[in-house]
Design a protein around this ligand. Structure first.
Ligand code: GLY
Ligand code: MN
Ligand code: MN
Length: 429
């Protein structure tokens, strides 16, 4: 899609948000809503702030993830008013806004002050944002029913949002390719992270989440958060879970690479990828997402059996006894959008046997989800099983060897369409 087409879609996106917000305001008895972009908080007893990434609803309308102290007013029948904080400041740069068509769909005003604008004739006003920046601002702060209704406006992505997510996938894939090459060339975790940043043109702090780059046993820590600067003695595996933000929208992609000379681990990676592709095929309108999670456990059981990691138990018994959960302890995925774990995924709590599942809805056209099965060798989960009665089903030597490869996760971003789905991560291949 050309940039011109994308920008045209953005104007339609804003019109659609106006409709959705007007409905939400009417349903909950408000005449207007003021949205704060937020501000990076200071560290305790320090003059340094945390890295800023703007508040979801503000990004939903504007896509501006780096715009602190800015405000947006939505009123039925009026263009949104956007106040951008653009101080004259010789310490910091003011973000420069390239002229784009969406600014015609809003009234954009520049301001020197950081606090909320003074408003007149707002009627009953709601204010949404981080409570830390709302002190003293008139209006009802984050009323829960309206918050829920505005989060619901993010569940079905507009065409514009889907295209932004697709683009965020394309850029991230360049990073994943560079990361794989850096791994095969013998890089450290830190070196691989540099290769990823270089190829995506995105500094780490601006990524939608802290990239997870684990070599060898580090691949078995689900949200491994360090970048080891030392090159390990041996390269056995790489797990990289990393995304990109584009116009506010996130990609969230994971790939696992087996080093040459690791045929057993490579076979498991291949097996998990086949399972992952089958699970992606399940993404269609009308599908209960929890059902995809359950199918994952059956697939993991089949893989554990086929690889000889677990023997003497049927697949169903493996699931029922919680053995698959020790190898695959997280949920199959989540909504994706302005936030990597996008909002409104759990109108009902997850089932008891899937406590970490972040999405419990039936899939509908316009939803975007991740599909991210994993199979890990996590000492704290497998250790108790190896010390208990289930030990006789487990191939302990094989497990102990594969612990050195950490684990596998394969994650794609999939958009539900009217008739099926669009795999945003694989559609280029
Ligand atoms: N990157 C975190 C996740 O996959 O949910
Ligand atoms: Mn991820
Ligand atoms: Mn994810």
């Amino acid at each position: 899609m050309s940039e011109h087409e994308l920008l045209t879609l953005q104007s339609a996106h804003i019109q659609e948000l106006q409709r959705r917000y007007e409905r939400a305001l009417a349903d909950h008895g408000y005449d207007s809503v003021l949205i704060a972009s937020g501000a990076a908080p200071y560290r305790y007893r320090d003059d340094q702030t945390y890295v800023f990434q703007g508040f979801g609803p503000f990004l939903h309308w504007t896509g501006l993830a780096g715009q602190e102290h800015s405000w947006l007013l939505i009123r039925p029948g009026h263009k949104p008013v956007l106040w951008l904080f653009q101080p004259v400041d010789f310490w910091h740069a003011s973000p420069d806004l390239p002229a784009e068509p969406w600014q015609e769909a809003m009234e954009v005003r520049s301001r020197q002050q950081a606090g909320a604008p003074e408003l007149a004739n707002t009627g009953r006003l709601a204010v949404l944002g981080d409570p830390q920046v709302l002190e003293g601002v008139p209006g009802d702060h984050n009323p829960s029913a309206l918050v829920a209704a505005t989060e619901e406006t993010r569940v079905h992505k507009t065409c514009y949002e889907i295209e932004c997510l697709a683009h965020a996938n394309r850029v991230a894939l360049k990073g994943h390719k560079a990361a794989r090459e850096a791994f095969l060339a013998g890089g450290s975790e830190f070196g691989i992270s540099l290769a990823y940043q270089q190829a995506t043109g995105q500094r780490e702090a601006l990524a939608p989440y802290h990239s997870i780059i684990g070599l060898n046993e580090h691949a078995g820590t689900l949200h491994y958060q360090y970048y080891e600067g030392q090159v390990p003695r041996q390269h056995r595996s790489l797990l990289i879970d990393a995304g990109v933000r584009y116009r506010g929208y996130c990609s969230d992609i994971t790939r696992t690479v087996a080093a040459p000379g690791e045929p057993r681990f490579a076979a498991l990676v291949h097996g998990l990828e086949q399972l992952q592709l089958r699970l992606c095929e399940m993404v269609v309108p009308g599908m209960d997402y929890v059902e995809i999670h359950r199918k994952t456990h059956q697939g993991i059981a089949a893989l554990l059996s086929a690889s000889g990691l677990v023997t003497g138990l049927s697949d169903d018994a493996m699931v029922a006894q919680g053995i698959t959960r020790a190898f695959f302890p997280h949920g199959i995925g989540h909504f994706l959008g302005i936030q990597v774990h996008d909002v409104a995924g759990k109108p009902t709590p997850p089932p008891e046997d899937a406590p970490f599942l972040r999405l419990t809805r039936t899939l509908e056209d316009g939803m975007v989800v991740t599909i991210e099965p994993g199979l890990y060798f996590i000492p704290s989960l497998l250790g108790p099983m190896l010390a208990g009665p289930q030990r006789r089903y487990l191939a302990e030597d094989l497990i102990n060897d594969l612990k050195g490869c950490g684990g596998i996760r394969i994650e794609d971003n999939v958009a539900v369409t009217a008739s099926g789905a669009r795999n945003l991560t694989r559609e280029l291949a």
